[in-house]
Design a protein around this ligand. Sequence first.
Ligand code: NAD
Length: 493
Amino acid sequence: MTTTTTHTDALIVADASALEHADRVIAGLGLPAAGTAVSDPATGEQIGFIEDGDVDGALRAVATADAAGRDWARTTPRQRADVLHAWHALLVEHTQDLAHLISREMGKPLAEARGEVKYGSDFVRWYAEEAVRPAGNYREAPDGGATILTRRAPVGLAVLITPWNFPLAMATRKIAPAIAAGCAAVVKPATLTPLTTIYAVQLALQAGVPADLVQVVTPKSSSAFSEAVLRDPRVRKVSFTGSTEVGRTLMQLASDNVLRSSMELGGNAPFLVFDDADLERAIDGAVAAKLRNGGQSCIAANRYYVQDGIADAFVEGVAERLSQAAVGAGLGTGTVVGPLIDDRAVRQMRALTDDAVAHGAELRAGGTELGDGTGHFFAPTVLDRVPEASDIAGTEIFGPIMAIQRFGTEAEAIERANATEFGLAGYVFSESLDRALNVADRLETGILGINQAVPSNAAAPFGGVKQSGLGREGSAEGLEEYQSVRFYNIARR
Ligand code: NAD
Protein backbone atom coordinates (compact mmCIF):
# COMPACT_ATOMS: atom_id res chain seq x y z
CA MET A 1 0.00 0.00 0.00
CA THR A 2 1.25 3.50 -0.78
CA THR A 3 1.01 6.00 2.03
CA THR A 4 1.95 9.67 2.08
CA THR A 5 3.05 11.22 5.32
CA THR A 6 2.80 14.97 5.62
CA HIS A 7 4.66 17.25 7.94
CA THR A 8 2.14 18.90 10.23
CA ASP A 9 4.34 19.87 13.17
CA ALA A 10 4.87 23.57 13.86
CA LEU A 11 8.30 24.96 13.05
CA ILE A 12 10.74 25.17 15.93
CA VAL A 13 11.68 28.78 16.67
CA ALA A 14 15.09 29.97 17.82
CA ASP A 15 15.86 30.09 21.56
CA ALA A 16 16.17 33.67 22.81
CA SER A 17 19.46 32.96 24.62
CA ALA A 18 20.99 31.37 21.52
CA LEU A 19 19.98 34.37 19.39
CA GLU A 20 21.50 36.73 21.94
CA HIS A 21 24.73 34.74 21.91
CA ALA A 22 24.94 34.84 18.11
CA ASP A 23 24.19 38.56 18.03
CA ARG A 24 26.87 39.30 20.64
CA VAL A 25 29.39 37.54 18.42
CA ILE A 26 28.22 39.53 15.39
CA ALA A 27 28.43 42.80 17.35
CA GLY A 28 32.07 41.98 18.15
CA LEU A 29 33.08 41.59 14.51
CA GLY A 30 33.34 45.34 13.85
CA LEU A 31 31.13 45.21 10.75
CA PRO A 32 30.20 48.37 8.80
CA ALA A 33 26.84 50.05 9.48
CA ALA A 34 25.71 49.72 5.85
CA GLY A 35 26.54 47.72 2.75
CA THR A 36 25.28 44.32 1.60
CA ALA A 37 22.93 42.78 4.16
CA VAL A 38 23.47 39.32 5.58
CA SER A 39 20.21 37.62 6.57
CA ASP A 40 19.12 34.81 8.86
CA PRO A 41 17.52 32.20 6.57
CA ALA A 42 15.18 31.06 9.37
CA THR A 43 13.47 34.47 9.62
CA GLY A 44 14.69 36.68 6.79
CA GLU A 45 15.92 39.14 9.45
CA GLN A 46 18.99 41.24 8.57
CA ILE A 47 21.75 40.41 11.03
CA GLY A 48 24.64 42.53 9.74
CA PHE A 49 26.22 44.26 6.80
CA ILE A 50 29.41 43.66 4.89
CA GLU A 51 31.37 46.23 3.00
CA ASP A 52 30.51 46.60 -0.69
CA GLY A 53 34.05 46.09 -1.91
CA ASP A 54 35.20 47.22 -5.35
CA VAL A 55 37.88 46.06 -7.75
CA ASP A 56 40.43 48.63 -6.54
CA GLY A 57 40.01 47.37 -2.99
CA ALA A 58 40.48 43.78 -4.15
CA LEU A 59 43.67 44.71 -6.02
CA ARG A 60 44.97 46.52 -2.92
CA ALA A 61 44.32 43.30 -0.97
CA VAL A 62 46.31 41.41 -3.62
CA ALA A 63 49.24 43.85 -3.28
CA THR A 64 49.20 43.72 0.54
CA ALA A 65 48.97 39.93 0.72
CA ASP A 66 51.62 39.53 -1.97
CA ALA A 67 54.10 41.64 0.00
CA ALA A 68 53.38 39.74 3.24
CA GLY A 69 53.66 36.45 1.37
CA ARG A 70 57.26 37.11 0.37
CA ASP A 71 58.32 37.17 4.03
CA TRP A 72 56.05 34.26 4.93
CA ALA A 73 57.58 32.07 2.22
CA ARG A 74 60.92 32.36 4.07
CA THR A 75 59.59 31.27 7.48
CA THR A 76 60.56 27.86 8.75
CA PRO A 77 58.15 24.93 8.73
CA ARG A 78 58.13 25.02 12.54
CA GLN A 79 57.13 28.70 12.62
CA ARG A 80 54.19 27.99 10.31
CA ALA A 81 53.18 24.96 12.33
CA ASP A 82 53.26 26.91 15.62
CA VAL A 83 50.94 29.59 14.23
CA LEU A 84 48.53 26.97 12.89
CA HIS A 85 48.51 25.10 16.21
CA ALA A 86 47.68 28.38 17.96
CA TRP A 87 44.88 29.08 15.45
CA HIS A 88 43.49 25.58 15.98
CA ALA A 89 43.45 26.12 19.76
CA LEU A 90 41.55 29.41 19.36
CA LEU A 91 39.00 27.88 16.99
CA VAL A 92 38.34 25.10 19.49
CA GLU A 93 38.19 27.57 22.40
CA HIS A 94 35.61 29.63 20.47
CA THR A 95 33.52 26.66 19.35
CA GLN A 96 30.32 28.04 20.90
CA ASP A 97 30.73 31.47 19.31
CA LEU A 98 31.51 30.02 15.90
CA ALA A 99 28.68 27.49 16.05
CA HIS A 100 26.11 30.13 16.99
CA LEU A 101 27.35 32.36 14.21
CA ILE A 102 27.22 29.53 11.62
CA SER A 103 23.67 28.63 12.68
CA ARG A 104 22.51 32.24 12.58
CA GLU A 105 23.88 33.13 9.15
CA MET A 106 23.59 29.77 7.39
CA GLY A 107 20.72 28.09 9.24
CA LYS A 108 22.08 24.65 10.11
CA PRO A 109 21.10 23.12 13.48
CA LEU A 110 23.42 24.12 16.29
CA ALA A 111 24.62 20.54 16.88
CA GLU A 112 25.65 20.33 13.22
CA ALA A 113 27.28 23.74 13.45
CA ARG A 114 29.39 22.47 16.36
CA GLY A 115 30.26 19.51 14.16
CA GLU A 116 31.39 21.91 11.46
CA VAL A 117 33.63 23.74 13.93
CA LYS A 118 35.22 20.40 14.83
CA TYR A 119 35.57 19.43 11.16
CA GLY A 120 36.80 22.89 10.10
CA SER A 121 39.35 23.17 12.90
CA ASP A 122 40.58 19.62 12.19
CA PHE A 123 42.01 20.93 8.89
CA VAL A 124 43.98 23.58 10.76
CA ARG A 125 45.46 21.00 13.12
CA TRP A 126 46.13 18.60 10.26
CA TYR A 127 48.09 21.23 8.31
CA ALA A 128 49.93 22.33 11.47
CA GLU A 129 51.15 18.73 11.58
CA GLU A 130 51.84 18.50 7.83
CA ALA A 131 53.75 21.80 7.77
CA VAL A 132 56.77 20.26 9.49
CA ARG A 133 56.94 17.28 7.11
CA PRO A 134 57.91 18.88 3.82
CA ALA A 135 58.07 16.17 1.17
CA GLY A 136 60.93 15.84 -1.29
CA ASN A 137 63.16 13.13 -2.63
CA TYR A 138 66.45 12.38 -4.22
CA ARG A 139 67.33 10.19 -7.19
CA GLU A 140 70.42 9.28 -9.16
CA ALA A 141 70.43 9.93 -12.90
CA PRO A 142 70.58 6.55 -14.71
CA ASP A 143 73.91 7.40 -16.36
CA GLY A 144 75.43 8.30 -12.98
CA GLY A 145 76.20 11.83 -14.12
CA ALA A 146 73.92 13.69 -11.72
CA THR A 147 72.13 13.66 -8.41
CA ILE A 148 68.62 15.02 -8.64
CA LEU A 149 66.92 16.59 -5.64
CA THR A 150 63.23 17.41 -5.80
CA ARG A 151 61.89 20.06 -3.46
CA ARG A 152 58.58 21.79 -2.92
CA ALA A 153 58.25 25.57 -2.88
CA PRO A 154 55.18 27.70 -2.03
CA VAL A 155 53.14 28.18 -5.18
CA GLY A 156 52.61 31.89 -4.39
CA LEU A 157 49.64 34.13 -3.74
CA ALA A 158 46.40 32.15 -3.67
CA VAL A 159 42.86 33.41 -4.31
CA LEU A 160 40.39 31.34 -2.29
CA ILE A 161 36.67 31.46 -3.12
CA THR A 162 34.23 29.59 -0.88
CA PRO A 163 30.50 28.66 -0.89
CA TRP A 164 27.83 29.33 1.75
CA ASN A 165 27.02 25.79 2.84
CA PHE A 166 30.00 25.22 5.18
CA PRO A 167 31.19 28.76 5.90
CA LEU A 168 33.93 27.71 8.31
CA ALA A 169 35.16 24.39 6.96
CA MET A 170 35.34 25.45 3.30
CA ALA A 171 37.54 28.38 4.39
CA THR A 172 39.88 26.53 6.76
CA ARG A 173 40.28 23.66 4.27
CA LYS A 174 41.91 26.21 1.92
CA ILE A 175 43.52 28.78 4.24
CA ALA A 176 45.31 26.25 6.47
CA PRO A 177 47.20 24.42 3.69
CA ALA A 178 48.03 27.76 2.03
CA ILE A 179 49.62 29.04 5.27
CA ALA A 180 51.35 25.69 5.89
CA ALA A 181 52.87 25.74 2.42
CA GLY A 182 54.16 29.31 2.85
CA CYS A 183 51.58 31.14 0.72
CA ALA A 184 49.59 34.34 1.24
CA ALA A 185 45.86 34.34 0.51
CA VAL A 186 43.04 36.60 -0.61
CA VAL A 187 39.82 34.98 0.61
CA LYS A 188 36.40 35.70 -0.88
CA PRO A 189 33.68 34.09 1.23
CA ALA A 190 30.16 33.57 -0.12
CA THR A 191 28.12 36.77 -0.05
CA LEU A 192 25.32 34.93 1.79
CA THR A 193 27.54 33.76 4.69
CA PRO A 194 30.67 35.91 5.07
CA LEU A 195 30.54 36.47 8.84
CA THR A 196 31.92 33.12 10.00
CA THR A 197 34.94 33.47 7.72
CA ILE A 198 35.56 37.02 8.95
CA TYR A 199 35.50 35.78 12.56
CA ALA A 200 37.71 32.77 11.85
CA VAL A 201 40.33 34.96 10.16
CA GLN A 202 40.23 37.40 13.10
CA LEU A 203 41.11 34.41 15.30
CA ALA A 204 43.93 33.51 12.90
CA LEU A 205 45.43 36.98 13.36
CA GLN A 206 45.15 36.63 17.15
CA ALA A 207 46.97 33.32 16.80
CA GLY A 208 49.94 35.01 15.16
CA VAL A 209 49.19 34.87 11.44
CA PRO A 210 50.81 38.08 10.13
CA ALA A 211 48.23 40.86 9.77
CA ASP A 212 48.53 41.26 6.00
CA LEU A 213 49.00 37.62 5.02
CA VAL A 214 45.34 36.58 4.81
CA GLN A 215 43.02 39.23 3.37
CA VAL A 216 39.25 38.72 3.45
CA VAL A 217 37.44 40.63 0.71
CA THR A 218 33.70 41.10 0.16
CA PRO A 219 33.33 42.46 -3.37
CA LYS A 220 29.91 43.70 -4.40
CA SER A 221 30.37 42.04 -7.78
CA SER A 222 31.90 38.55 -7.66
CA SER A 223 32.44 38.49 -11.41
CA ALA A 224 34.21 41.90 -11.52
CA PHE A 225 36.39 40.63 -8.65
CA SER A 226 37.45 37.41 -10.36
CA GLU A 227 37.99 39.08 -13.74
CA ALA A 228 40.41 41.58 -12.21
CA VAL A 229 42.12 39.46 -9.60
CA LEU A 230 42.65 36.23 -11.52
CA ARG A 231 44.32 38.20 -14.31
CA ASP A 232 46.69 39.96 -11.89
CA PRO A 233 50.22 38.61 -12.44
CA ARG A 234 50.94 38.57 -8.69
CA VAL A 235 48.29 35.86 -8.24
CA ARG A 236 49.62 32.32 -8.83
CA LYS A 237 46.81 30.07 -7.65
CA VAL A 238 43.04 29.88 -7.48
CA SER A 239 41.13 27.47 -5.29
CA PHE A 240 37.36 27.47 -5.70
CA THR A 241 34.52 25.55 -4.09
CA GLY A 242 31.10 26.08 -5.58
CA SER A 243 28.99 25.26 -8.59
CA THR A 244 30.37 23.68 -11.76
CA GLU A 245 28.97 26.59 -13.76
CA VAL A 246 31.00 29.22 -11.87
CA GLY A 247 33.98 26.85 -11.75
CA ARG A 248 34.06 26.69 -15.56
CA THR A 249 34.08 30.50 -15.77
CA LEU A 250 36.92 30.71 -13.27
CA MET A 251 38.94 28.09 -15.15
CA GLN A 252 38.63 30.18 -18.30
CA LEU A 253 39.84 33.28 -16.44
CA ALA A 254 42.62 31.29 -14.78
CA SER A 255 43.87 30.15 -18.17
CA ASP A 256 44.90 33.70 -19.12
CA ASN A 257 47.36 33.74 -16.27
CA VAL A 258 48.07 29.96 -16.39
CA LEU A 259 47.11 29.68 -12.72
CA ARG A 260 47.40 26.54 -10.67
CA SER A 261 43.73 25.72 -10.14
CA SER A 262 41.82 23.60 -7.64
CA MET A 263 38.13 23.21 -8.34
CA GLU A 264 35.74 21.57 -5.87
CA LEU A 265 32.52 21.63 -7.87
CA GLY A 266 29.02 20.21 -7.95
CA GLY A 267 27.96 16.66 -7.17
CA ASN A 268 25.15 14.24 -7.99
CA ALA A 269 25.98 11.42 -5.61
CA PRO A 270 24.43 7.98 -6.18
CA PHE A 271 23.48 6.00 -3.05
CA LEU A 272 23.21 2.28 -3.82
CA VAL A 273 21.39 -0.09 -1.48
CA PHE A 274 21.62 -3.80 -2.31
CA ASP A 275 19.27 -6.56 -1.17
CA ASP A 276 22.01 -7.88 1.11
CA ALA A 277 22.39 -4.55 2.97
CA ASP A 278 21.61 -4.29 6.67
CA LEU A 279 18.24 -2.51 6.43
CA GLU A 280 18.58 -0.37 9.56
CA ARG A 281 22.14 0.59 8.70
CA ALA A 282 21.07 1.55 5.18
CA ILE A 283 18.14 3.62 6.47
CA ASP A 284 20.34 5.39 9.03
CA GLY A 285 22.93 6.08 6.33
CA ALA A 286 20.36 7.26 3.79
CA VAL A 287 18.80 9.67 6.28
CA ALA A 288 22.19 11.05 7.37
CA ALA A 289 23.41 11.46 3.78
CA LYS A 290 20.28 13.45 2.94
CA LEU A 291 19.42 15.47 6.05
CA ARG A 292 22.94 16.59 7.00
CA ASN A 293 23.02 20.32 6.31
CA GLY A 294 19.41 20.01 5.11
CA GLY A 295 20.69 18.27 1.98
CA GLN A 296 22.75 21.34 1.08
CA SER A 297 26.03 19.52 0.75
CA CYS A 298 28.00 18.72 -2.39
CA ILE A 299 28.35 15.11 -1.20
CA ALA A 300 24.70 14.77 -0.12
CA ALA A 301 23.17 11.60 -1.54
CA ASN A 302 21.24 12.79 -4.58
CA ARG A 303 20.01 9.69 -6.38
CA TYR A 304 18.98 6.67 -4.30
CA TYR A 305 19.09 3.38 -6.22
CA VAL A 306 17.52 0.58 -4.18
CA GLN A 307 17.40 -3.08 -5.23
CA ASP A 308 13.92 -4.53 -5.76
CA GLY A 309 14.01 -7.05 -2.89
CA ILE A 310 14.68 -4.48 -0.15
CA ALA A 311 13.04 -1.42 -1.71
CA ASP A 312 9.58 -1.53 -0.08
CA ALA A 313 10.98 -1.86 3.44
CA PHE A 314 13.63 0.79 2.76
CA VAL A 315 11.10 3.32 1.42
CA GLU A 316 8.75 2.67 4.35
CA GLY A 317 11.62 3.22 6.79
CA VAL A 318 12.98 6.43 5.28
CA ALA A 319 9.50 7.92 4.80
CA GLU A 320 8.78 7.40 8.49
CA ARG A 321 12.11 8.90 9.54
CA LEU A 322 11.90 11.95 7.27
CA SER A 323 8.31 12.73 8.19
CA GLN A 324 9.35 12.77 11.87
CA ALA A 325 12.42 14.99 11.41
CA ALA A 326 11.84 18.23 13.33
CA VAL A 327 12.17 21.32 11.15
CA GLY A 328 12.94 24.81 12.40
CA ALA A 329 15.51 27.47 13.13
CA GLY A 330 19.04 26.15 13.58
CA LEU A 331 19.19 27.89 16.95
CA GLY A 332 16.02 26.16 18.21
CA THR A 333 16.08 23.24 20.65
CA GLY A 334 15.50 19.92 18.92
CA THR A 335 15.83 21.12 15.31
CA VAL A 336 17.00 18.34 13.00
CA VAL A 337 16.50 20.14 9.68
CA GLY A 338 17.08 23.89 9.38
CA PRO A 339 15.93 26.33 6.71
CA LEU A 340 17.17 26.32 3.14
CA ILE A 341 19.56 29.12 2.33
CA ASP A 342 17.10 31.32 0.43
CA ASP A 343 13.70 31.56 -1.17
CA ARG A 344 15.05 30.50 -4.56
CA ALA A 345 16.02 27.14 -3.03
CA VAL A 346 12.47 26.66 -1.66
CA ARG A 347 11.02 27.36 -5.09
CA GLN A 348 13.47 24.87 -6.59
CA MET A 349 12.29 22.14 -4.15
CA ARG A 350 8.67 22.92 -5.06
CA ALA A 351 9.40 22.73 -8.80
CA LEU A 352 11.43 19.50 -8.56
CA THR A 353 8.74 17.81 -6.46
CA ASP A 354 5.88 18.89 -8.76
CA ASP A 355 7.78 17.83 -11.86
CA ALA A 356 8.63 14.40 -10.39
CA VAL A 357 5.01 13.78 -9.33
CA ALA A 358 3.77 14.91 -12.75
CA HIS A 359 6.11 12.32 -14.29
CA GLY A 360 4.63 9.59 -12.07
CA ALA A 361 6.81 9.58 -8.92
CA GLU A 362 5.04 8.61 -5.68
CA LEU A 363 5.15 11.21 -2.91
CA ARG A 364 5.74 9.30 0.35
CA ALA A 365 6.60 12.10 2.78
CA GLY A 366 6.67 15.89 2.88
CA GLY A 367 6.40 17.76 -0.38
CA THR A 368 5.31 21.06 1.16
CA GLU A 369 6.70 24.45 2.06
CA LEU A 370 6.54 25.09 5.80
CA GLY A 371 5.94 28.29 7.76
CA ASP A 372 4.63 31.66 6.63
CA GLY A 373 7.30 32.29 3.99
CA THR A 374 9.50 34.66 6.02
CA GLY A 375 11.90 31.75 6.66
CA HIS A 376 12.94 29.36 3.90
CA PHE A 377 11.55 25.99 4.95
CA PHE A 378 10.68 22.90 2.93
CA ALA A 379 9.54 19.65 4.53
CA PRO A 380 11.86 16.64 4.31
CA THR A 381 10.44 14.79 1.33
CA VAL A 382 10.52 11.25 0.00
CA LEU A 383 9.71 10.51 -3.64
CA ASP A 384 9.61 6.85 -4.66
CA ARG A 385 9.75 5.32 -8.16
CA VAL A 386 11.19 8.52 -9.59
CA PRO A 387 11.24 8.23 -13.41
CA GLU A 388 14.55 8.87 -15.19
CA ALA A 389 12.77 11.47 -17.33
CA SER A 390 11.96 13.77 -14.39
CA ASP A 391 14.19 16.77 -13.68
CA ILE A 392 15.12 15.58 -10.21
CA ALA A 393 16.77 12.43 -11.60
CA GLY A 394 19.46 14.55 -13.27
CA THR A 395 19.72 17.65 -11.03
CA GLU A 396 21.88 18.43 -8.01
CA ILE A 397 18.95 18.81 -5.57
CA PHE A 398 20.71 20.69 -2.73
CA GLY A 399 17.76 20.31 -0.39
CA PRO A 400 15.92 17.74 1.78
CA ILE A 401 14.33 15.64 -0.96
CA MET A 402 15.12 11.95 -1.19
CA ALA A 403 14.59 10.79 -4.79
CA ILE A 404 14.40 6.99 -4.96
CA GLN A 405 14.65 4.74 -7.98
CA ARG A 406 14.65 0.96 -8.00
CA PHE A 407 16.96 -1.47 -9.77
CA GLY A 408 17.23 -5.19 -10.49
CA THR A 409 20.86 -6.12 -11.15
CA GLU A 410 24.26 -4.91 -9.95
CA ALA A 411 25.32 -4.07 -13.51
CA GLU A 412 22.21 -1.95 -14.03
CA ALA A 413 22.81 -0.04 -10.76
CA ILE A 414 26.40 0.77 -11.71
CA GLU A 415 25.46 1.88 -15.21
CA ARG A 416 22.73 4.21 -13.97
CA ALA A 417 24.86 5.55 -11.12
CA ASN A 418 27.60 6.51 -13.59
CA ALA A 419 25.24 8.10 -16.11
CA THR A 420 26.05 11.67 -15.04
CA GLU A 421 28.70 14.26 -15.86
CA PHE A 422 29.42 14.59 -12.11
CA GLY A 423 31.70 12.38 -10.02
CA LEU A 424 32.17 13.68 -6.50
CA ALA A 425 30.81 11.14 -3.99
CA GLY A 426 29.10 7.75 -4.17
CA TYR A 427 27.72 5.40 -1.52
CA VAL A 428 27.37 1.62 -1.44
CA PHE A 429 25.43 -0.28 1.21
CA SER A 430 25.89 -4.07 1.22
CA GLU A 431 26.92 -6.55 3.92
CA SER A 432 29.07 -8.35 1.35
CA LEU A 433 32.49 -6.73 1.46
CA ASP A 434 33.32 -8.37 -1.84
CA ARG A 435 30.30 -6.84 -3.56
CA ALA A 436 30.71 -3.44 -1.87
CA LEU A 437 34.34 -3.15 -2.98
CA ASN A 438 33.67 -4.39 -6.51
CA VAL A 439 30.85 -1.89 -6.95
CA ALA A 440 32.87 0.93 -5.37
CA ASP A 441 35.73 0.18 -7.78
CA ARG A 442 33.39 0.72 -10.70
CA LEU A 443 31.67 3.90 -9.55
CA GLU A 444 33.15 6.98 -11.22
CA THR A 445 33.58 9.22 -8.17
CA GLY A 446 36.46 10.62 -6.12
CA ILE A 447 34.85 9.77 -2.76
CA LEU A 448 33.26 6.44 -1.82
CA GLY A 449 31.27 5.79 1.34
CA ILE A 450 31.09 2.04 1.95
CA ASN A 451 28.37 1.39 4.54
CA GLN A 452 29.29 4.92 5.56
CA ALA A 453 27.24 8.04 4.88
CA VAL A 454 29.58 10.73 6.24
CA PRO A 455 32.93 10.08 4.53
CA SER A 456 34.69 13.47 4.95
CA ASN A 457 37.77 13.65 7.14
CA ALA A 458 40.73 16.04 7.35
CA ALA A 459 43.01 13.05 6.69
CA ALA A 460 41.21 12.16 3.42
CA PRO A 461 41.86 13.66 -0.04
CA PHE A 462 38.45 15.24 -0.72
CA GLY A 463 37.65 15.93 -4.37
CA GLY A 464 35.92 14.77 -7.49
CA VAL A 465 36.40 13.36 -10.97
CA LYS A 466 34.62 14.28 -14.22
CA GLN A 467 32.89 17.68 -13.93
CA SER A 468 33.01 17.61 -10.13
CA GLY A 469 36.42 19.17 -10.23
CA LEU A 470 40.19 19.10 -10.12
CA GLY A 471 42.55 18.74 -7.20
CA ARG A 472 42.13 17.53 -3.63
CA GLU A 473 41.59 19.16 -0.24
CA GLY A 474 42.61 17.70 3.10
CA SER A 475 45.38 15.12 3.65
CA ALA A 476 48.95 15.42 2.33
CA GLU A 477 47.54 15.85 -1.20
CA GLY A 478 45.79 19.04 -0.07
CA LEU A 479 49.13 20.62 0.85
CA GLU A 480 50.62 19.79 -2.56
CA GLU A 481 47.93 21.97 -4.16
CA TYR A 482 49.79 24.97 -2.70
CA GLN A 483 53.29 23.81 -3.67
CA SER A 484 55.36 23.77 -6.83
CA VAL A 485 57.73 20.88 -7.45
CA ARG A 486 61.25 21.93 -8.40
CA PHE A 487 64.41 19.93 -8.96
CA TYR A 488 68.11 20.63 -8.54
CA ASN A 489 70.36 18.75 -10.93
CA ILE A 490 73.75 18.43 -9.20
CA ALA A 491 76.51 17.42 -11.59
CA ARG A 492 78.62 14.40 -10.51
CA ARG A 493 82.01 13.41 -11.85
P1 NAD B 1 28.30 29.30 -6.35
O1 NAD B 1 29.13 28.73 -7.44
O2 NAD B 1 27.10 30.07 -6.71
O3 NAD B 1 29.16 30.27 -5.43
C1 NAD B 1 30.37 29.84 -4.81
C2 NAD B 1 31.22 31.06 -4.51
O4 NAD B 1 31.61 31.66 -5.74
C3 NAD B 1 30.55 32.17 -3.70
O5 NAD B 1 31.52 32.78 -2.90
C4 NAD B 1 30.08 33.12 -4.79
O6 NAD B 1 29.91 34.43 -4.27
C5 NAD B 1 31.26 33.04 -5.73
N1 NAD B 1 31.03 33.42 -7.12
C6 NAD B 1 29.92 33.30 -7.88
N2 NAD B 1 30.16 33.76 -9.12
C7 NAD B 1 31.46 34.17 -9.16
C8 NAD B 1 32.30 34.72 -10.14
N3 NAD B 1 31.88 34.96 -11.39
N4 NAD B 1 33.58 35.01 -9.81
C9 NAD B 1 34.04 34.78 -8.56
N5 NAD B 1 33.30 34.26 -7.59
C10 NAD B 1 32.02 33.94 -7.88
O7 NAD B 1 27.95 28.07 -5.41
P2 NAD B 1 27.11 28.06 -4.07
O8 NAD B 1 25.66 28.18 -4.43
O9 NAD B 1 27.68 29.01 -3.08
O10 NAD B 1 27.42 26.60 -3.53
C11 NAD B 1 26.71 25.49 -3.99
C12 NAD B 1 27.51 24.71 -4.99
O11 NAD B 1 28.81 24.46 -4.45
C13 NAD B 1 26.93 23.36 -5.26
O12 NAD B 1 27.01 23.07 -6.64
C14 NAD B 1 27.82 22.42 -4.48
O13 NAD B 1 27.86 21.10 -4.98
C15 NAD B 1 29.12 23.09 -4.59
N6 NAD B 1 30.00 22.67 -3.50
C16 NAD B 1 31.04 21.87 -3.83
C17 NAD B 1 31.88 21.41 -2.82
C18 NAD B 1 33.03 20.51 -3.15
O14 NAD B 1 33.91 20.37 -2.31
N7 NAD B 1 33.08 19.90 -4.32
C19 NAD B 1 31.66 21.79 -1.50
C20 NAD B 1 30.59 22.62 -1.21
C21 NAD B 1 29.77 23.08 -2.24
